[in-house]
Ligand binder design. Structure first.
Ligand code: FES
Length: 158
């Protein structure tokens, strides 16, 4: 004889697997709805996500960007013809590259400020490591892959 419970929609249905799957889906949807705040973001801020690969790798000569001469420096490094990209020097030999397209509503380019990045459109703020830190709620910046050639003093961003 099939078992049933008070919350089963279909009386007499096998509550074991079907019931478990249905309740699991409802619980998942409930969590997603509860965590969405109407700004297109589900859940809290996340670490930067990998951006789609560039059509052509971007070669950056570090000496061309004085701001990158010290840890904490940030500079826009793209040639101005495609996606705006910034490099952030987060360590002696650690550079990270981010899209300067705001993840909230695609405003570009976001601004480089003393604390990292800020979007002038609705005020989202991001740390030098790309993490969303405040203002308009959104996700963190998209990040590109960076390869340092210390001998040549270059970065290859892809
Ligand atoms: S477009 Fe950047 S905060 Fe809205």
């Amino acid at each position: 004889m099939p078992r049933s419970c008070a919350s089963c929609v279909h009386a007499g249905a096998d509550p074991t697997r079907r019931h478990f799957v249905a309740q699991g889906l409802l619980a998942t949807l409930g969590v997603l709805v509860a965590s969405a705040c109407g700004d297109g973001v589900i859940g809290g801020p996340m670490a930067p996500r990998l951006a789609p690969a560039l059509d052509e790798p971007l070669l950056v000569v570090l000496g061309d960007f004085p701001a990158l001469g010290s840890v904490g420096g940030i500079a826009r490094v793209d040639p101005g013809t495609a996606i705006p990209i910034a490099v952030s020097r987060v360590g002696e030999s650690n550079y990270r590259a981010f899209s300067m397209v705001c993840p909230h509503a695609s405003y570009r380019p976001i601004s480089i400020v003393a604390t990292g990045f800020q979007c002038p459109n609705h005020g989202a703020r991001f740390a030098p490591d790309g993490d969303w830190t405040g203002g308009q709620r959104t996700s963190s910046l998209l990040e590109y892959t960076v390869v340092l050639d210390a001998g040549a003093g270059t970065l290859t961003i892809s």
